[in-house]
Design a protein around this ligand. Structure first.
Ligand SMILES: *Cc1c(COP(=O)(O)O)cnc(C)c1O
Length: 392
């Protein structure tokens, strides 16, 4: 077993070696521009892009012409929100989203608010689930977009998208979902989920960084998505800019692998995750799992360790890469807005650690992690008690 152990798969994932392998030719001899349609270099690049588009579309049950390649989920989310805001402002200025969304959504909403849009941020219950009734209650004639993430990046809670989507459709409101953490990890079907727009990204599913997609539903109620990047009219005019062929090829391979291996990955990581939770909770007092007991990602465990600081635990076990309840946007060490939204006290937020398992996590690594966590938590608690006695 090699140290350090990577258990931060919600932040990013290792690029699968099979993905790297198919990308390499497109970083060297296959350098054509996919938009050059008058010679062989361009045709080859174009064919590789369309094969990748086919695989990415298939993974989420979409049609090829419903996939727009972007630089990642952040860009997809920006395009969805700003593009719909611009295209539908004559209908209204109201947008509905949830307090536990990723910054890519929350900060895009902030910008839209500066431009006169009104954003309702709904709360969640203590498992991290938004209530359908709450959404129903806040929708108005002027609501143009509802956005609810499919799976949360901190606590792994999975939202009931199909029902929310059905509600939106019945009220003639467009529905977007940030599915960055879900695509490639759990089955995602855009038809079953009743979404109109869906954002996801390569580097969270064993593909390369800097490539993502926006699913844009082609049929059904009117959707006027205004491009946010002007130029050569690539991606059916929705996202101009020369396509990143190597990254797209890698993203396509990652999608193909996910299609074939998702169920096996999910059951294997879920078993290892359960082993981790069981190992930790059976050896330590005052620990609890954050998030939903069953409606959660198979590879996520977010655990709070009463009476110790997550940051200190992380410092004491540098051989294990995890995230704490404060390090999410590590530039500003604020307590996580997600853990705060599910009702945790500041102390509980700061004592929480996120474990993100992945395709390459081994049983040996989980065994080692259990042992280290138990050891480090016990030692931190003992030290804390000594401090308390010394100070009393
Ligand atoms: C990683 C992530 C993003 C951002 O994706 P990028 O491709 O890095 O821009 C957005 N939302 C969620 C839920 C994520 O986990």
């Amino acid at each position: 077993m090699k140290l350090p152990i990577y258990l931060d798969n919600h932040a990013t994932t290792m690029v699968d070696p099979r993905v790297v392998e198919v990308m390499i030719p497109y970083l060297s001899e296959q350098y054509g521009n996919a938009a050059s349609n008058h010679h062989e270099f361009g045709w080859k690049a174009g064919a590789a892009v369309e094969l990748a588009r086919n695989r990415v579309a298939h993974l989420i049950g979409a049609r090829n012409d419903e996939i727009v390649f972007t630089s990642g989920a952040t860009e997809s989310i920006n395009l969805a929100f700003k593009g719909i805001a611009e295209g539908h402002h004559s209908k209204g200025e109201h947008i509905v989203t949830v307090a536990t969304e990723h910054k890519a959504v929350l900060d895009t909403c902030k910008t839209l608010e500066k431009h006169g849009f009104k954003v309702t941020h709904l709360g969640v219950d203590h498992h991290g689930i938004v209530s359908l009734d709450d959404i129903k209650r806040v929708l108005t004639e002027r609501t143009i977009l509802v956005s609810v993430m499919l799976a949360n990046n901190e606590i792994g809670t999975i939202a009931p998208l199909a029902q929310i989507g059905a509600l939106c459709r019945s009220r003639d409101v467009l529905f977007h979902s940030d599915a960055s953490q879900a695509v490639g990890k759990i089955p995602v079907d855009v038809v079953d989920l009743n979404v109109d727009l869906l954002s996801f990204t390569g580097h969270k599913m064993y593909g390369p960084k800097g490539i993502g997609a926006l699913y844009v539903r082609a049929s059904g109620p009117r959707m006027n998505l205004i491009p946010q990047m002007d130029g050569g009219g690539h991606e059916r005019g929705l996202r101009s800019g020369t396509l990143n062929v190597p990254a797209i090829v890698g993203f396509g391979k990652a999608a193909e692998l996910a299609d074939a291996e998702l169920n096996d990955d999910a059951s294997r990581t879920a078993a290892l995750r359960d082993m981790l939770v069981e190992g930790i909770t059976s050896s330590l007092d005052d620990v609890a799992v954050n998030g939903h007991p069953t409606e959660r990602l198979p590879h996520n465990a977010n655990i709070r360790f009463r009476h110790v600081k997550g940051d200190i635990l992380m410092m004491d076990m540098k051989d294990i890469a995890v995230s704490s309840g404060s390090a999410c946007s590590s530039a500003s060490p604020e307590p996580s807005h997600v853990l705060t939204a599910i009702g945790l006290s500041r102390e509980d937020v700061l004592s929480s650690i996120r474990f993100g398992l992945g395709r390459f996590t081994t049983k040996e690594e989980i065994g080692y992690t259990i042992q280290r966590v138990v050891e480090v938590v016990k030692s931190a608690r003992t030290q804390m008690l000594h401090h308390q006695f010394a100070n009393s």
